[in-house]
Design a protein around this ligand. Structure first.
Ligand code: ADP
Ligand code: MG
Length: 241
C-alpha cells in the first residue's frame, strides 16, 4: 500500500443499461475519504442504480468502478463480497430488518463475515446500538420499534464493523420529518467520526444541507458541486448549463 490513500469510490464512464432503459449514462465520480455527499434527483433518475454500482452490488454495463483502490473487474465474486463486507455499510429506505429478530441479533448477524466469535459480535453489536441511541431497545423486534428506531437499528448494523464507507438509499424516505431529522443527525455524527457517507435522496432540502451535492437527471450527472467549484475558474460563466 502506498502512503497516499485511494479515493473510496471512483467511477469512470460508468453506464448501466437494462434492456431498453439506460439507467446510468457515463458517470464520472470520485469520492474521497471523509466526504459527506448527497446524490439527488427525481424518481427514476438513476440514483439507486448508481448506489448499487458504487456499492458493488451490481456491475456496470460499461466503464470502470474502483472501490478503495481496487478495480472491481479484477476481483472474483468471492473477493468482491469480501471487499464489500469489509468496506461498505448499506442503509435502505425500507430498513430490511428480518421479522421476529431482536435488534441485537440483527446487528450481530451483520458481523458474521468478520470471523469474530459470537460473544464478541454481540458485544460489538451492543456498542453499535448504544451509539445510535438504542441501548434501551436491544431485545426489541422490528414490530416493537418505530420507523425511526428501525432505521437506527439498520444504521447500527451498517456501521458495527466500522466500514470506511456508508451508502444510504433514501434513508429518510419512509420516515416522518422528525424521525428523518434524527437519522440525518446520526449520519452527520458518523461523518464527523470519520466515515465517508453518501446519502441518496429525492429531497432537495436534505441534499442542500450536505457539503457536496451530485445531481442526477435521466441517468446523467448534471451537476456536481465539487467539480462545479473546481472548474468555475476555468469555464466562462453560463458555459456549464
Ligand atoms: P431512482 O433510484 O433515481 O428512482 P433507479 O436507479 O431505480 O432510479 O432507476 C433508473 C431507471 O432504470 C428507471 O427508469 C428504472 O425504471 C430503470 N430500472 C432500474 N432498475 C431496473 C431493472 N432491474 N430492470 C429494468 N429497469 C430498471
Ligand atoms: Mg431509488
Amino acid at each position: 500500500m502506498s502512503v497516499r490513500s485511494h479515493p473510496v469510490v471512483a467511477l469512470a464512464g460508468a453506464s448501466k443499461a437494462y434492456e431498453d432503459v439506460v439507467a446510468l449514462r457515463s458517470a464520472d465520480l470520485v469520492i474521497e475519504r471523509g466526504e459527506l455527499l448527497a446524490v439527488v434527483g427525481p424518481s427514476g433518475s438513476g440514483k439507486s442504480t448508481m448506489l448499487n454500482i458504487m456499492g458493488t452490488l451490481d456491475r456496470p454495463s460499461t466503464g470502470t468502478v474502483r472501490v478503495a483502490g481496487h478495480d472491481i473487474d479484477d476481483l472474483s465474486d468471492r473477493e468482491l463480497s469480501a471487499l464489500r463486507a469489509s468496506t461498505i455499510g448499506f442503509v435502505f429506505q425500507q430498513f430490511h430488518l428480518a421479522t421476529g429478530v431482536p435488534a441485537l441479533d440483527s446487528v450481530a448477524d451483520g458481523l458474521l463475515y468478520s470471523g469474530m466469535p459470537r460473544r464478541e459480535r454481540r458485544r460489538v453489536a451492543e456498542r453499535a446500538l448504544r451509539r445510535v441511541g438504542l441501548g434501551h431497545r436491544l431485545y426489541h423486534e422490528p414490530h416493537q420499534l418505530s420507523g425511526g428506531e428501525k432505521q437506527r437499528v439498520a444504521i447500527a448494523r451498517a456501521v458495527a464493523g466500522d466500514p470506511p464507507l456508508l451508502l444510504a438509499d433514501e434513508p429518510t424516505g419512509a420516515l416522518d420529518s422528525r424521525s428523518g431529522a434524527v437519522v440525518m443527525e446520526l449520519l452527520h455524527e458518523l461523518h464527523e467520526a470519520g466515515t465517508t457517507v453518501v446519502v441518496i435522496t429525492h429531497d432537495r432540502d436534505i441534499a442542500s444541507y450536505l457539503p457536496r451535492e451530485v445531481r442526477l437527471k435521466d441517468g446523467r450527472i448534471e451537476h456536481d458541486s465539487a467539480v462545479g467549484a473546481a472548474s468555475a475558474a476555468l469555464v466562462p460563466e453560463g458555459a456549464l448549463r
